[in-house]
Design a protein around this ligand. Sequence first.
Ligand SMILES: *[C@@H]1O[C@H](CO)[C@@H](O)[C@H](O)[C@H]1NC(C)=O
Ligand SMILES: *[C@@H]1O[C@H](CO)[C@@H](O)[C@H](O)[C@H]1NC(C)=O
Length: 265
Amino acid sequence: MKNLFLITSLLIGSALALAGRGSKSALVLVAARSTEAHPIHATDPITIWCAPDNPQVVISKATFIRLRDNEKLEPTLNPTKKNATYTFGSPSINDAGEYKCELETPHGKISHRVFIYSRPIVHSHEHFTEHEGHEFHLESTGTTIEKGESVSLTCPVTGYPKPVVKWTKDGAPLALSSSVSMEGTTVILSSVNYTDAGTYSCEAVNEYTFNGKTSKMLLVVDKMVTVRSEYQWVYPLAVIVITLVLLTTIIIFCEWRNNHAARKA
Ligand SMILES: *[C@@H]1O[C@H](CO)[C@@H](O)[C@H](O)[C@H]1NC(C)=O
Ligand SMILES: *[C@@H]1O[C@H](CO)[C@@H](O)[C@H](O)[C@H]1NC(C)=O
């Protein structure tokens, strides 16, 4: 019984001694537009680090694994071999996420998680402009659809942790109806009517805590939807027809006057 107690406390003791600790950091972004081809980069470098919780324990080998794509990074050990670090000189949005840190020590392996956070940003090849000079309030190109047609509105945002997306229309929470539905974070407008026209805004929010500070980050993307009559095409056609009729009338009238004048002479 005494032995069992001893073994148990030894096991617990060594398990505790072999915990790790590590960094949490966030990308410093001054704009919110990013594409697959040109992912946005942070203004500041980031160093992620991971160390045994017990300052007596030395590291013999260290690896960082980016969980998003299982990419392995080779960290450097500090001179005392008690800290493994990896520096991103110019971190991009693709570097945001969770990393697994694996430390080999004479007492066994330590596995720990470190994090690089990113506020929500748009990640799309679409064109966006800043709303009134605000970097994190964007407008995407408006869309015009005919009455009775359908359209889907996407919210192409990314960030870590994954942003929560909410939609509003003309400033009020988006009401679902027979013509307005949601599929994930995409709004589907079907058989639209004039009342469906307006500004649809997707609000993406995430939140993270490090260095004792919690940040709640917001990105707003507006898209204006215009609904036009399904008979819209009639108007230009009518203008052409009326112009033709007028021209013909003028020509006929001129001909008639010429003939008339000739007969008089
Ligand atoms: C490990 O190194 C980083 C970067 O130099 C430093 O910020 C961090 O405090 C160190 N961690 C420990 C436990 O020494
Ligand atoms: C479309 O809206 C108009 C008023 O804006 C309404 O009179 C009409 O009934 C609506 N049509 C449909 C199909 O809902």
